[in-house]
Every structure is written in C-alpha cells, then in structure tokens.
Design a protein around this ligand. Sequence first.
Ligand code: NAI
Length: 306
Amino acid sequence: MSDIKFFDKVVIVTGAGGGLGRAYAIEFAKRGARVVVNDLGGSGAGEGASSSAADVVVAEIKAFGGDAVANYDSVEFGEKIVQTAIDNFGRVDILVNNAGILRDSSFTKMSDTDWELIYKVHVDGAYKLTKAAWPYMVNQGFGRVIFTTSAAGIYGNFGQANYSSAKSALLGLGKTLAIEGARKNVHVNVIAPIAGSRLTETIWGEDILKATSPDYVVPLVVKLCSEDNKDTGGVYEVGASWFAKVRVERSEGYAFGVDKDVSAEDVASKWDAICDFSNSAPAESIVSTFNAVGKMVGIDLLAAKK
Ligand code: NAI
C-alpha cells in the first residue's frame, strides 16, 4: 500500500481551530495539502467569535513548512469559506465538514434558540459549504466530502433532541450526495467520532480524554479523502483506535397479501413476525426496500410505471 499524499490537493476543514478539526488540518498539511483552516472561534455553545483559534493552527502548520490560510467565517456563510480556498489556492478538492457546537437540554426545557443555533451550525453550515464546493468537485471529476454525525445522530440521546436530529440530517445529506456524486468521482462519507475535545472535556476524566485523542480519528478521514478511496455513502464510528462501519438492517417482515383488508388488530397479531430479525438483511438503498416488499407480496415496484 502506497503512502497517502495530497500534494496537488486543496482541503477545507471547518472548525479547525481546535479538537478534531485541528488534528485533521495538521495531518492534511503534513501530507502535502494546502489547507483552509476555518474557525469562528466562539464558545462551545456557539457564542462569540475570535480569529485566534484559526490563526494558531495556521501558525502551527507554517512552522513545519506546510501551507495553510485562515478563515474566520461562520459555516453559516459557507460560500465565503469556499471562496477563501479559490482566492488563495485556485481550487477545492476535499471538504471536511467538522465545525460543531452543543446546546444540550431536555426537550421540555429546550428553547427555540437551542434548536435554531444547532441547525444553523450543523445542518445549514454543512449544506452551505458543500453546495458551494460541489460544482468545483463535479466539474474537475474529483471530490471528497466528509460529514460529521454523532452516535447521538444515529441512535438518539437524552438531552440532545436538537443535536441528534441535526446530526441525523447529515446522514441523509451524505447518503444522497454519495449517490449524486458517484459518477463524477465525488465520494461522500459520514463519520461519527468519539474524541476528547472541548465538547467532551466536561464529561470525561483525564485518562479517557487521553485514550480518545482526536489523533485516533484522523486516519479514517485521511483514508476516506484519499485519491484511491472508492468507498462512498458509508457511515463509520471511530475513536480510541477503534474503526467500524454502521449499516441499517431490515427484518424480513410479514406481508398479509394485497388481496386482503388489513386491520390494526391484524398488525398486532403478527407483531412478533414483523419485528423478528432472524432472517434480517442489510438495508442499503431504496432499491432494496422495493425488492424486499416485492419479494413478500409479488409486485415489482421498480418496473412500475403509470
Ligand atoms: P471542538 O469544540 O473542539 O471543535 C469544534 C470547532 O468548531 C471549534 O473550534 C469551534 O470554534 C468551531 N465552530 C463552532 N461553530 C462554528 C461555526 N459556526 N463556524 C465555524 N467554526 C465553528 O469539538 P470537537 O469534539 O472537535 O467536534 C468536532 C465535530 O465532531 C463536531 O461536529 C461535533 O459535533 C462532532 N462530534 C464530536 C464528538 C466527540 O466525541 N468529540 C462526538 C460526536 C460528534
């Protein structure tokens, strides 16, 4: 296996002033990429702004001879961040959507602001960046995009209705853009990291923070953004040197037959069969949904035309 290098590549990392984003930016630069280090420099809850977070990382990169430029815009104005890449380096090849904040609260106590700020940063931010970078990637026939979800986005988590639903949105966005980008060599993957950072330092002790260094997440992002990477549309959980792929699984289900009336009582009577995973299968596309229902009731939804 050859070394992974990014000599002719321009990489944007959002939220690269600290935590995971800083670690990605430094590694891409070490491997030859020119890097846009974006960071708004606000608090973990999304308040305030400062240029120092991005500046410090750019200085670190320059100190080892790397090439990087700072950008201080909020990801809500993603087109400005992409423009920074174009103005300074003339292109954009890789986009790591990483910037994030937390505003945890039980759903009962959650304010509209808690909801809206989380959506602005995680969903609108990732959308704006990707929307602006996408035409460059499609036109040049190369692009690598990472979205950052969370275990909370995959499974839900108490106190994170805003964050988990925003992170779930990125699963759908990533899956759809992987389908749309495939023929143009634009590969899109989603990661759910576990890492000691500003966002987790208040809940974990020193030993756990050390074991979950962001450095353990970096290799997956580098691999997925490499020229040779063929995988797209994947969802990966990663942290503390553990790397795993997540997929959706579907039970075989139960079909009553389309010549029958079906009541709620009928559904209740077959509940065990509906929820029985002993003959389950991976559920990886809308086509697989159509195939599954087709197999159970004998109709071909793929061939169906009005
Ligand atoms: P962090 O707080 O260390 O880094 C996030 C960075 O994003 C900060 O430097 C912050 O200034 C920047 N940022 C926040 N809002 C911004 C905006 N509007 N525009 C530009 N930059 C902005 O946190 P960490 O842990 O490195 O998080 C990185 C990503 O990973 C986030 O999307 C987070 O939700 C996600 N994540 C982290 C997990 C963990 O265990 N640390 C778990 C699951 C997901």
